[in-house]
Structure formats: structure tokens, C-alpha cells
Design a protein around this ligand. Structure first.
Ligand SMILES: Nc1ncnc2c1ncn2[C@@H]1O[C@H](COP(=O)(O)OP(=O)(O)OP(=O)(O)O)[C@@H](O)[C@H]1O
Ligand code: SF4
Ligand SMILES: [Mg+2]
Length: 319
């Protein structure tokens, strides 16, 4: 069976006044119906730009330069704007990194959800209100009929995130993209929101593209993982394979940076340096300046994403 979503060789750049930033370069991955994929990497590696590209939400100075985004076999990059609007929020919904991106501060939350429901499901006002209250209830908002009339600023960060999830679920999407859904929340609330996503995902057999910089989060939630570095995928495979045997030095570094329960309390390891912004791709491995295993041979040729067996792929000549 064809995958639900297949990204093929996606490239996205931003043309600035004096340089062109190559934000996403040749990214490919697939998602099966009902599966959860964790897209992981440090700040600036291209996670959000990849997600925005799926929904064609990359605005100038950004442009999608090449590749395909196939959803149930249709290339979304080739749809006309009307067809794309139906897919967006209907078949594929997204929870944004910043909740206020999708919540309008001047409207009551219930009305915002009802509007989406009416738009996508064509329900009348009364039915849309009932459905909105039911959605608020499903995402764990206490006293949903009363909360319907709240404004976004009257809710806590965690509650706002629940409202965003309710809104994203309003049209019963087959794929939910959650871009750092818990980064802005404190740890207890984070866990509650992740539990909620997991519950909804398994109840509804919905696919979930979970974007995070935290490898620890995807361990519990994702079936498969794709690790991004400087606009490229550097390692991908099932969660089990990657957790049991990470091969790319960057992935190994990310694992070392996860705080350990019952650890010796010593300082947490971090990977020195930051993700470079790529304007013209130099020869060889982009991770080289930060790599504990790198040598001169890593800079001689571009490094392909190579098959390590069992669907596990790694972009490193020494892995
Ligand atoms: N609108 C924009 N204009 C110019 N450059 C942009 C724009 N949006 C993103 N970029 C650049 O594209 C690259 C990828 O950004 P992206 O937002 O996808 O990173 P990310 O992995 O989501 O990071 P974070 O974890 O901080 O959210 C970065 O170098 C970023 O500065
Ligand atoms: S190719 Fe070389 S520099 Fe790049 S990750 Fe592998 S060992 Fe490190
Ligand atoms: Mg981001």
C-alpha cells in the first residue's frame, strides 16, 4: 500500500538581500497511515520549514525549489490554491510552535473552533457549537460549555495548547503535524499534553508528525525517527533501531545530551558548537566541525544517506 505521506527530495531556500539560505536540502521521508514519526534536530536545522512546506505555508522570501510532497498519492505542491485549502486543516492539520499563531486574541475560543468546524464539515451553527464543546471536552478542558466563551488570554499556556489541539482535530484530519507542541510549557504540563496527543492518535488512528529538539520525547511516542542537521536528514529508522544503536555521531551526541534518571548528577554533555546556516554547500560532511570522529577524508566528497539495513539509513562514512 502507498504511504499516507511521502516527501521526496524536498528543497527550500530563503533569498535574502545579499545571500540565499539553503534551509532544507533534498529531504525525503515517508509516513504510513496511523504511524508517528519524530522529526528531531537542534534549533535552525529546518524542522519547521519542512513542516510548513508540507502545507505550502512557506511565504516569500522563502520558496520551495524542488521535490514532491505526496499525500495519498497526490502531489500537494501541484494542487491549485482551492484544493490546497481543503487539504489544509481538513486532511492535514498543524499545531504550531507558538499557540498564538493560530488563536485569534479577539475572538472567543469556542467561536474559533466552531468556525473551523463549519468551514470544513459544513455543519450549521448549533451543530458546530455542540461539536466544539465536545472537542474541548475530548482535549481535557474542564467545564467546556463555560470555557467555550473564554478568550485565549484567559487560559493558561497548557489550556491554550489544548484548545489548539481541539482546533486541529476539528475536521478529523488523517495527519496531524505537531511542531514543538510542548516547548513553551513546564514539565508537568508537557507530559499531560504529550499523553493527550498519544491518546488521540491511537483512538483515531491518525498519523502524527511530531517535531521536537528533544530525543527523549520521541522515544516514548514515535514509531520512527528522522534526525535533521543543517537542512538534511542525517539518520533515520525505526525508533527501536535508533535507540538501540544510533550510528551517526550527531545522533550519538543528542543521546548523550538527554538527562539520565538516576544519573551521577555530573554536568550534562552537550555537543559543542551550533548548526551552521548553509548558504553555499561546502564539499563533504557539514557536521565535521563538531564531530568527534571526523577526519580529512570526511571533507573529500559529499556524504550520501546510506542504507544500514532494516530501513535504517545513515549519512556518515564512518558509521
Ligand atoms: N522566514 C524566514 N526568513 C529567513 N530565514 C528563515 C525564515 N524561516 C526560517 N528561516 C531559516 O531557515 C532555517 C531553518 O529554520 P527552521 O525554522 O525550519 O528551524 P527549526 O529546526 O524549526 O528550529 P527551531 O527548533 O528553532 O524551531 C534557519 O536557518 C532559519 O533561520
Ligand atoms: S562523515 Fe565524518 S565528520 Fe561527518 S559525521 Fe561521519 S565521521 Fe563525522
Ligand atoms: Mg521550528
Amino acid at each position: 500500500m502507498a504511504p499516507l505521506l511521502s516527501i521526496e527530495n524536498l528543497s527550500v531556500s530563503f533569498t535574502m538581500s545579499d545571500y540565499r539560505l539553503l534551509a532544507v536540502r533534498g529531504v525525503s521521508f515517508e509516513m504510513e497511515e496511523g504511524a508517528t514519526l519524530g522529526l528531531v534536530g537542534e534549533s535552525g536545522c529546518g524542522k519547521s520549514v519542512t513542516a510548513f512546506s508540507i502545507l505550502r505555508l512557506v511565504d516569500p522570501p522563502g520558496s520551495i525549489d524542488g521535490g514532491a510532497v505526496r499525500y495519498r498519492g497526490r502531489d500537494l505542491l501541484a494542487l491549485d490554491d482551492g484544493e490546497m485549502r481543503k487539504v489544509r486543516g481538513g486532511e492535514i492539520a498543524m499545531i504550531f510552535q507558538e499557540p498564538m499563531t493560530s488563536l485569534n486574541p479577539v475572538f472567543r475560543i469556542g467561536n474559533q473552533i466552531s468556525e473551523t468546524v463549519r468551514l470544513h464539515l459544513g455543519l450549521d451553527k448549533k451543530a458546530a457549537r455542540e461539536r466544539a464543546i465536545d472537542l474541548l471536552n475530548r482535549v481535557g478542558i474542564p467545564n467546556p460549555a463555560k470555557r467555550y466563551d473564554s478568550y485565549p488570554h484567559e487560559l493558561s499556556g497548557g489550556m491554550r495548547q489544548r484548545v489548539m489541539i481541539a482546533m486541529a482535530l476539528s475536521a478529523e484530519p488523517s495527519l496531524l503535524i505537531a511542531d514543538e507542541p510542548t516547548t513553551a510549557l513546564d514539565v508537568t504540563i508537557q507530559a499531560q499534553i504529550l499523553d493527550l496527543l498519544l491518546r488521540i492518535q491511537s483512538e483515531r488512528k491518525m498519523s502524527l508528525l511530531l517535531i521536537t529538539h528533544d530525543l527523549g520525547i520521541v522515544a516514548n511516542l514515535a514509531d520512527a525517527i528522522a534526525i535533521m542537521y543543517a537542512g538534511e536528514i542525517v539518520e533515520t529508522g525505526t525508533t527501536e533501531r535508533i535507540f538501540n544503536g544510533p550510528r551517526h555521531p550527531y545522533t550519538i551526541g543528542l543521546f548523550d545530551a538527554i538527562p539520565k534518571i538516576g544519573g551521577d548528577g555530573g554536568p550534562m554533555k552537550t555537543i559543542p558548537g551550533t548548526v551552521p546556516a548553509v548558504t553555499s554547500k561546502p564539499k563533504g560532511c557539514l557536521f565535521h566541525p563538531r564531530c568527534f570522529q571526523g577526519g580529512p577524508e570526511c571533507l573529500e566528497h559529499d556524504i550520501p544517506l546510506r542504507d544500514a539495513g532494516g530501513g535504517h539509513k545513515v549519512r556518515c562514512i564512518k558509521a
